[in-house]
Design a binder for this molecule. Structure first.
Ligand code: ADP
Length: 156
């Protein structure tokens, strides 16, 4: 089984994240979307809410699992026997950040590699924080996020 882990905050998951996930599924048999439970980072949604929204959004997608961890991503990847981590690139700023991240991961475990997918033009300007900013100003975000996220915003 060619398994990869797609780690991130997913606060909340957006159509940009889903696009990366769909493309990763063409390369890997199984992709585990891994929500980072980082209490030091201020988040809009709880880990449980984020996991549930992703589960709802990926229900019909074959080969997707959803989980969370409060530990190191590399440790999680080893636990599930995954040798690749999926990430997405939108901008040069993303590249610089991801390059440092890849370097750090490589130091922790050189057997694990990061695999990057370039953001589709249609989604390259979508970020979780932008979505949240718009939703907080009562702007419609239904074209930027899956239904499960849109519903959660409406509920809040
Ligand atoms: P993190 O806090 O770990 O960066 P995010 O949820 O913000 O978590 O992002 C997870 C990954 O998805 C990152 O590699 C990020 O660059 C990528 N990503 C986020 N939004 C998009 C998008 N619209 N298009 C492509 N990749 C994206």
């Amino acid at each position: 089984m060619n398994r990869a882990v797609y780690p991130g905050s997913f606060d909340p998951i957006t159509n940009g994240h889903l696009d990366i996930l769909n493309r990763a599924l063409k390369v890997f048999d199984e992709v585990i979307v891994l929500v980072a439970d980082n209490p030091d980072k201020k988040s809009r949604f709880s880990v449980e809410e984020r996991v549930q929204m992703i589960k709802d959004a990926t229900r019909d997608m074959k080969g997707v699992k959803v989980d969370s961890t409060s530990g190191l991503t590399v440790d999680y990847a080893n636990k599930v026997n995954a040798k690749h981590l999926v990430r997405g690139l939108r901008t040069v700023t993303d590249f610089k950040y991801e390059y440092k991240l890849a370097e750090a991961y490589h130091k922790v475990d050189p057997t694990i590699d990061l695999v990057f997918f370039m953001a589709d033009e249609e989604y390259s300007s979508i970020s979780s924080s932008k979505v949240d900013e718009l939703a907080k100003s009562n702007k419609d975000v239904k074209n930027l996020v899956p239904d499960s996220v849109n519903k959660m915003y409406q509920k809040k």
